[in-house]
Design a protein around this ligand. Structure first.
Ligand code: SAM
Length: 281
């Protein structure tokens, strides 16, 4: 079996996803690791409804609704398919990718029940950063609450991978976590928690609790400067890039290829999140 290169709660949730008999049990046991709003008494159907609602909102805010029915989309970090089911109903085809093969199995099951399974293909990101898809092969790449949960180097590589697989003129919408004042406490506490997770037995236990996971699972912060500097260094240029952020919380001004990148409020954005939305050249 391929090695799971991810932080310990994902590995623990992946193992539980493998062990549980049915999808409702998986959601009750691990659903909160995908969407912290969800509790421990959910059905898969209720869990997927949270993803349905979010997909509608994001397609609207990114102005992707019109192109979706004729387009393919690749989702980086699908988890067990909370949003993938809706993506398969809205797009002509979907490639769901994740570092965890067990989540992809569950994702297929979720889509079979609540989406259009004939539109779905899954691709395992076995090494945590390489997407096994051809250059210029998809119309859009979407990633939500994933690039903050891996090593910064993996998140950066996945960013250039997104721009490798998307067709010229295709679209990307990638979600990152950046710095907030509370990080003065959260960053060291998160580091300590990730260290505690490595202690045999105790770490395994800790990694399954919500409070511990909340502290430790945000493994990186990437601000727009770092991501756009990487694109420039990789000679990747973008058409109409825009940074979407929490209302009234713009990111520091940043440029790409000598032009200042536009910034816009996104009503539904979390305070610590920002999105890079653009077309590929
Ligand atoms: C918070 S969940 C979000 C899942 C889904 N986007 C959603 O909103 O329900 C983060 C997902 O990222 C995946 N992940 C973590 N590191 C990854 C990596 N390096 N490459 C691909 N997926 C990764 C985890 O396995 C997990 O399924």
């Amino acid at each position: 079996m391929a090695l799971r290169r991810q932080i310990i709660p994902w590995r623990a949730a992946g193992t539980r996803a493998e062990m549980r008999r049915n999808a409702d049990e998986v959601v009750r046991d691990t659903g909160w690791v995908f969407n912290n709003q969800t509790g421990s008494s959910l059905t898969l159907e209720e869990f997927v409804q949270t993803g349905d609602a979010e997909v509608e909102i994001y397609l609207d805010r990114f102005q992707w609704s019109e192109m979706a029915p004729q387009s393919s989309v690749l989702e980086i970090g699908s988890g067990i398919g909370r949003m993938t089911a809706a993506l398969t109903r809205r797009f002509a085809s979907v490639i769901a990718t994740d570092v965890d093969a067990a989540f992809l199995e569950r994702c297929r099951e979720t889509v079979a029940r609540f989406g259009t399974v004939s539109a779905l293909r899954t691709v395992h990101i076995a090494d945590g950063s390489s997407i096994n898809a051809a250059d210029d092969s998809v119309d859009a790449v979407f990633s939500y609450i994933t690039l903050q949960h891996c090593k910064a180097s993996d998140a950066l590589r996945l960013t250039t991978e997104a721009l490798r697989v998307v067709k010229p003129g295709g679209y990307i919408a990638l979600n990152y976590r950046t710095w907030v004042p509370a990080d003065i406490i959260l960053v060291p506490a998160g580091g300590v928690m990730r260290w505690l997770w490595r202690i045999p037995v105790v770490g395994q236990r800790l990694s399954q609790w919500r409070w511990s996971t909340r502290l430790g699972w945000q493994a990186n912060r990437l601000d727009p400067r770092r991501v756009l500097a990487l694109l420039e260094a990789s000679n990747i240029s973008l058409k109409d890039p825009v940074i979407l952020h929490h209302p009234g919380r713009p990111q520091r001004s940043v440029s790409l290829d000598g032009a200042v990148v536009r910034q816009r409020d996104l009503d539904v954005a979390n305070k610590s999140h920002w999105w890079l939305v653009a077309q590929a050249h």
